[in-house]
Write a protein that binds this ligand. Structure first.
Ligand code: HEC
Ligand code: HEC
Ligand code: HEC
Ligand code: HEC
Ligand code: HEC
Length: 448
């Protein structure tokens, strides 16, 4: 029995070979760029996977315009003014330019200089991860253990390749693998990105349906030119930058409480919003930047249009979930070097619309989009996986309403970056484009 225990503890200790390798902040500067192969060298055999990856945000995590602007104009500039942010700001690269972080080359050269930072989250970075090292219940802040070399890891056992060795590792099929970069803690200890945590607390996590099912769906084909046909994980990583992924993510229906309404009465419109498509909350990820909002209008028999503000529910912090004419994001003034900066418009969408979001607050309690400067979070009014929220709109028919049919329309829209912030920082239009998620209609008849 004693020997069995010793043997057992020896076997259990084996996987810890990877525990000797550094992860997270400890991995800074422990590798060299040339330990990692370039994505182009994978292309010669893994053609489709390469082309998919090249179109996905993974390959653009360093070069993409908004990343460059936020990193250099806000984050790096902020750390220059306040050196206590230097570590966290260097850490941006642990997820966005991992090769540079591991090589200790920060800030990396600007994208236009064409350095290896531009490879972003590359093939070889992802396929030489051998474990997770976290001090929390969840992986976060680049807690992956990197061990670049001849062995490329994946979910399939016993594959043979002329270019490299292969090895099966369970983590490649697990959501925690993604959580290494899709969970983030700010220097104030606040979860400023929690996609994998939201997933694990929700129905998909409980049912064991990992991220891969929706973001790396499997299809019949070849994963390499010379491979046999099999089910192959597509490297789509499609998210908020794909209008088709966002479209229909929330289903929308609406109805009035009464169909025939006297001209001097009121009607209550109820709207149901069902998150039937995402494995996490919507919005998720860069929640500090993203909003989802519901705009409801009525058109009477004469074609006159009215905007309906949402009914208040009365929960704490609700004021952040109803569009208003107020300023926020004052802390951008620090990196931008603007004394007495008053901020920019908080929402940039029609006043009175319901916004599904979670506000991030700077140390002064003002809303911020600088997630590294986030000291607390506000009310979480996002729509959880398989959750249905109901919004109501009580409408007292206007005095001059035309008799006959009134048609109501609900429009649910998504924006990756709040428009007033995008305009202030000169971020290209596509980052703040309005992405339609869904619409619904209903009607009433107004009589004398
Ligand atoms: C000369 C061709 C060739 C090149 C170049 C190549 N591979 Fe492969 N790779 C293969 C073949 C063949 C397989 C096995 C396919 C099969 O049998 O399904 C494979 C399998 C894999 C697997 C699956 C491992 C598993 O166990 O699930 C990964 C991951 C992988 N390669 C990553 C890479 C990466 C990353 C690069 C670039 C750094 C690369 N490969 C370059 C040919 C190549
Ligand atoms: C963000 C990390 C990530 C990046 C970037 C990435 N992969 Fe993968 N790859 C994975 C994961 C995770 C799997 C396993 C998916 C599964 O089985 O559900 C995988 C699977 C594979 C497979 C086996 C596919 C199969 O099902 O047979 C190959 C081959 C592969 N990747 C090659 C590449 C190449 C080449 C690149 C770059 C062009 C690349 N990967 C980029 C994470 C990544
Ligand atoms: C090494 C870090 C890293 C790992 C591991 C990783 N990601 Fe990512 N992922 C990123 C970064 C960084 C971005 C943001 C790219 C950008 O827009 O700058 C991103 C973007 C994405 C997007 C696109 C989001 C959008 O806004 O369009 C999806 C989807 C995604 N990842 C899914 C996954 C899944 C699923 C896994 C696990 C199989 C995974 N990621 C593993 C770092 C990572
Ligand atoms: C049941 C399917 C499903 C599962 C499981 C799932 N997602 Fe998603 N994901 C979606 C859909 C649909 C969207 C588009 C709607 C949106 O942007 O939230 C999305 C969006 C995203 C985005 C972009 C969010 C944004 O607003 O920028 C990221 C990043 C992402 N997913 C990562 C993950 C990760 C990491 C996991 C696992 C921990 C995961 N997803 C699990 C369906 C899924
Ligand atoms: C723990 C990993 C991690 C760290 C650290 C991190 N990011 Fe990210 N970042 C991501 C992921 C993953 C996404 C994609 C989330 C999504 O699509 O909603 C992202 C998205 C972004 C986006 C939005 C990209 C877009 O196209 O909409 C910007 C800008 C950004 N990060 C900048 C930064 C800056 C600046 C820092 C450092 C202060 C930083 N990030 C630190 C993982 C990280």
């Amino acid at each position: 029995m004693k020997y069995l225990l010793i043997l057992l503890s020896f076997i259990l200790a084996l996987p810890s070979f990877s525990q000797n390798l550094p992860a997270g902040d400890d991995a800074f500067g422990t590798k060299k760029y040339d330990q990692f192969e370039k994505p182009k060298s994978c292309y010669s055999c893994h053609v489709d996977i390469y082309m998919q990856w090249e179109q996905a945000m993974m390959s653009q995590s360093y070069t993409h315009h908004w990343d460059e602007i936020e990193y250099f104009d806000l984050a790096v500039a902020h750390a220059e003014k306040d050196p206590s942010f230097k570590g966290p700001v260097d850490g941006c690269n642990g997820c966005h330019a991992p090769l540079s972080y591991l090589a200790g080359d920060v800030p990396p050269p600007r994208p236009e200089e064409g350095s290896r930072a531009n490879e972003g989250v590359s093939c070889d970075l992802c396929h030489t991860i051998v474990g997770i090292d976290t001090d929390d219940d969840y992986p976060y802040n680049y807690s992956y253990i990197s061990d670049p070399g001849r062995v490329k890891y994946g979910t399939k056992p016993g594959l043979e390749s002329p270019h490299h060795d292969t090895k099966q590792l369970d983590i490649y099929g697990e959501a925690e693998y993604c959580g290494n970069c899709h969970n983030e803690k700010s220097p104030f200890g606040i979860w400023v990105k929690s996609t994998q945590i939201e997933w694990s607390e929700g129905p998909y996590g409980k049912d064991g349906v990992p991220c891969h099912v929706c973001h790396m769906p499997k299809a019949w084909g070849r994963n390499a030119k010379m491979a046999d046909e099999d089910m192959v994980a597509q490297h789509l990583f499609h998210g908020a930058h794909d209008p088709g992924k966002v479209a229909g993510a929330i289903e929308l229906r609406m109805h009035p409480d009464i169909r025939e309404v006297e001209y001097d009465e009121s009607v209550i419109i109820s709207v149901q919003l069902f998150n039937g498509k995402a494995g996490h909350k919507i919005p998720t990820g860069s929640v500090e930047d993203r909003i989802l909002w519901l705009h409801v209008t009525a058109v009477d028999a004469d074609g006159k249009e009215y905007h309906l503000p949402v009914d208040k529910k009365g929960f704490d912090g609700e004021e952040y979930t109803i569009a208003a004419d107020v300023l926020a994001y004052v802390d951008m003034g620090i990196p931008k070097g603007i004394a007495d900066f008053k901020g920019v418009q908080r929402d940039g969408v029609p006043v009175g619309d319901r916004i599904f979001r979670m506000p991030y607050f700077d140390p002064n309690g003002v809303m911020t989009i600088m997630q590294w400067n986030t000291a607390s979070l506000g009310v979480d009014y996002r729509i959880g996986p398989r959750e249905t929220k109901i919004e109501t709109f009580t409408w007292y028919l206007p005095d001059d309403i035309a008799l006959g049919r009134v048609t109501f329309k609900a429009e649910l829209n998504y924006q990756k970056l709040i428009k007033p912030v995008a305009d202030f920082l000169s971020v290209p239009e596509d980052e703040s484009e309005i992405m339609p998620v869904n619409t619904a209609t209903t009607w009433i008849e107004v009589y004398d």
